[in-house]
Design a protein. Structure first.
Length: 337
């Protein structure tokens, strides 16, 4: 496969739809695109199968003491790339197809300079449940440092919030809506429980600030003239700690009217710093906790801003893509020393 420029590679990756669960084509593309670089510099490429038609892509040269990593899946909906003088637009442009391209270009430059003992790990499923990262955590290759890529405007993140994703599920009894006394409304139970959840006093942290709560999805019922026998709310909380006190508060809020089901829990993180880099703190969650200590001490940095990720305005500044290539190269050199 022909080598592409940084901007061409970013657009080529964006134009491959890879919404979580459908990462096969982009994984195959990366495997083919990286094979020439692996062969030329005596490296190794591994497809780490997570489940049928879903695999992580690992490439490394020598013993990978430093690993550049990010995810290859995106949120819906998919839309193709376009570009203007300043930005590349499209689903995944900053989260994280542009980051993948910048990491590849950084590795190409390092290899041309004779640098070895580093690698790249691209994983599936970050936008849903970090399944690729959890799989990789059991498949480590001795890496001592992890450079994780997420949009931080090329600032080194000193801390990131965690996440607690739960479901509140209420059950009732169906009846004709003209005779509500014969039924039991699951929706009314759920609304009562959700109201108590909204009143919870969430923890705050001196660096990360306050925890935040989003009631993202509410579903239930069968028809306007039927007393509903089922209702569910899907809730996402951005943690500033390990979530212990928040879990207890959620259980109390659910009470006897709803069942609390934990879907995903990732604690907040305080991360490594390096001299010479501007720093920041981020409210989003990454694959770093799922990867665990197996891939080394974590650092978090990438081009683009999280404020346009997951939106119809997703884009990445071309200037930041170019800067990221040099930053990643410098970070790998520094950590290898």
């Amino acid at each position: 496969m022909a080598q592409l420029s940084l901007f061409e590679l970013t657009r080529a990756l964006v134009d491959i739809e890879s919404i979580s669960g459908n990462e096969l084509r982009v994984g195959e593309y990366l495997s083919e695109y990286l094979s020439e670089l692996v062969q030329r510099h005596d490296g190794r490429l591994e497809r780490m199968e997570v489940e049928p038609n879903r695999f992580n892509v690992l490439v490394h040269w020598g013993n990978p003491a430093v690993t550049l990593s990010t995810h290859i899946d995106t949120v819906p909906p998919f839309f193709e790339s376009r570009e203007d003088e300043e930005h590349i637009w499209g689903r995944g442009a900053c989260d994280t197809k542009g980051i993948i391209a910048a990491m590849i270009e950084a590795c190409r430059g390092l290899l041309a300079d004779g640098v070895r003992n580093f690698g790249m790990l691209f994983v599936v499923g970050e936008e849903r449940n970090s399944t690729g990262a959890y799989h990789a955590s059991r498949q480590n290759r001795g890496s001592k440092f992890l450079i994780n890529g997420e949009p931080t405007e090329n600032k080194l993140a000193l801390a990131s919030k965690g996440v607690l994703r739960v479901e509140l599920v209420a059950s009732g009894r169906m009846a004709h809506s003209a005779y509500p006394e014969l039924g039991e409304s699951a929706i009314e139970k759920l609304l009562d429980a959700v109201a108590r959840v909204r009143a919870i006093l969430l923890p705050s942290d001196g660096i990360l600030g306050p925890s935040t709560l989003n009631i993202g999805v509410i579903s239930g019922g069968r028809a306007p003239n039927v007393i509903p026998d089922h209702a569910k709310a899907e809730i996402m909380i951005r943690l500033v700690d390990d979530g212990t006190s928040t879990r207890a508060a959620l259980r109390q809020a659910a009470g006897t009217q709803a069942e609390l089901k934990e879907v995903l829990a990732i604690p907040a993180l305080h991360l490594g710093s390096l001299p010479g880099l501007e720093t920041t703190v981020v409210a989003f969650t990454t694959d770093i906790p799922a990867l665990g200590p197996a891939w080394g001490k974590p650092y978090l940095l990438g081009p683009g801003t999280i404020h346009v990720a997951h939106t119809a305005e997703e884009r990445v500044p071309k200037k930041q893509l170019l800067e990221a290539v040099q930053i990643y190269k410098n970070m790998v050199r520094q950590l290898l020393q």
